[in-house]
Design a protein around this ligand. Sequence first.
Ligand code: CUK
Ligand code: CUA
Length: 666
Amino acid sequence: MRAWMKRGLAFAGVAAGAAVAVVACENKAEQQFTKPQGPAAGGASLGASGSLKDLMAARGLSEADVEAAVKTYVPTGKLDEYMIFASGGQSGQVLVMGVPSMRLLKVIGVFTPEPWQGYGYGGESDRVIAEGAQGTHKITWADVHHPNLSETKGDYDGKFLFVNDKANGRVAVVDLEDFMTKQIVANPLVASDHGGAFVTPNTDYVIETSQYPAPLGREYAPLSEYKEKYRGLAMFWKFDREKGRIDVAKSFGIELPPYTQDLADAGKLVSDGWVFINSFNTEMATGGTLQGKPPIESGASQNDMDYLHIIDWKKAEQVVLAGKTDTIKGIRVISLKTAGEESILTLVGEPKSPHGCDVTPDGKDIVVGGKLDTHGTVYEFEKIKNLIAQKKYESRDPYGVGILPFKESIRGQVEIGLGPLHTVFDDKGFAYTSVFLESVVAKWNLKDLKVVEKLKVHYNIGHIMAAEGDTVSPDGKYVVAMNKMSIDRFAPVGPLYPQNFQLIDVNAPSMRLLYDAPIGIGEPHYSQMIKTDKLKPIKMYKTGTNPYTGKIDPNAVEGGKERIVRNGKKVEVFMTAIRSHFVPDQLELEEGDEVTMHITNLEQAEDQTHGFTINMYNIDLSLEPGKHENITFKADMPGVYPMYCTEFCSALHLEMAGYMLVKPKK
Ligand code: CUK
Ligand code: CUA
């Protein structure tokens, strides 16, 4: 036996770090490469590259570039100050990134499988994904728009993340203890959603409001009956913090008029108990381009005003408790009639094609942008509340819902520029609005509603996000422009360009662009940024834990108690994984056997993950230290199948393998 092999074996039972070190020491080139780390002492020169000035000249960098580099560089071993949870768009996933480095740390599988995490490949996660089924077709994608962090007293608490799927009307719960998706709730009432997944200040409810109106419950009705049968919905999913799950039985919806509800935000502090939703297409246009009718695009842009929806959810809760609800597809729904009569729903005008709906950190104002307007409109909650209390409606809509007088509901309007969309806030009383048509971030003063500065972004910004931006106490410091296009920015990768997150320093008196981060998974819409130290994820599971119950699995396997139990056609395998072998490592099956495998990773060392796959059976698990997984499959393909570990876990990782043999029927 060669020396390295002996050493490798000796280390097979200790931490991977040590084992890897052994391998690295064998590699002379690597040793040399890793030695001269970091800048030379004194900091004036950059190693062999000469002085900083020379380096700048050689690379064509300006002082501003170097400043930006210094502000975003996170040296080895240091952590990013903030973390971003960004929509992965059509991927149905969530991207986790560090700020200021903008490094990608993780891609969380949410609505769609994520192979590295073994999410959706034979293990327990299959059930979570299956629970999110809508209709009878297999849905293998999602349109993730707004990931939102759980809050306590209006502050991100770092415990959970909620994610919506606009396309298929679904909401998911990610547990930030292990950054895994634990629940997908499919809304049986809506045909699509958008205003979600926002939370109330103590995460009592996760809000999901519909986008394109359709009959509630998705029954058929012709477009000629749009006004009578099509509806919107504001869904209030009750969140059970203890269980870490949405409690569907305690949830309720509020029927809305068939105006296309858009973005939503929950009130906070003074406006706690209320939810605001902007809308467009109050014209109720349904298109008909082939019949010579205007497309929805122009049909929906006829009126000067659409409606901001104001929802009193505390009152709605009372009405639900009093039993004044209908039940549609098993969900309790407050009818539009009741919502209007009880002032649970009130409307107020919003200028042309509104988009974005953002409550200020003090909860006093609501900012709404306008895609075809140059203004941001700032509604004053106090005024709205008084008008509702006095029932001072200007008129009622065709469904009997009270409409408040616009002028008396606002604090003012801020002249922002062409196409203001979304607004976020800092700690110094400034608001930052994304301006789509102008491709700028506009910074304005919440006090006097005056723009103080505009920063060009490249190009066409959609959402904007700020450090702790949706809380009662934003941090300022950083704002990120989430741009839809990236012309002239990155090396070409074909006609589908990356999206571009541009990190902006908002700490200095004037805004400064720091970093372009191309996003190769899209299209991201919104994201939230939380202080890294608020997140307290676990480092490993207690041995035998099933992450989907949070408990030791009843079939968890102890070392030494591995076994194969056959009962007719049913075969149960109790397996363990530890560096660098599976016990048992030979499965001898008959064609047609119904197999259940229980696999426990016995490791209790940090980052000591094993993978497990059975070739051709689409089985792929990630077994983090302590994790237990259960898989069920039918051995219906006779043949020889290697089973192996898919994570480079130790020097003898390649040897962490075995065979599944499926003997053909005679
Ligand atoms: S939306 Cu995409 S840019 Cu879904 Cu929040 Cu405005
Ligand atoms: Cu276990 Cu590789």
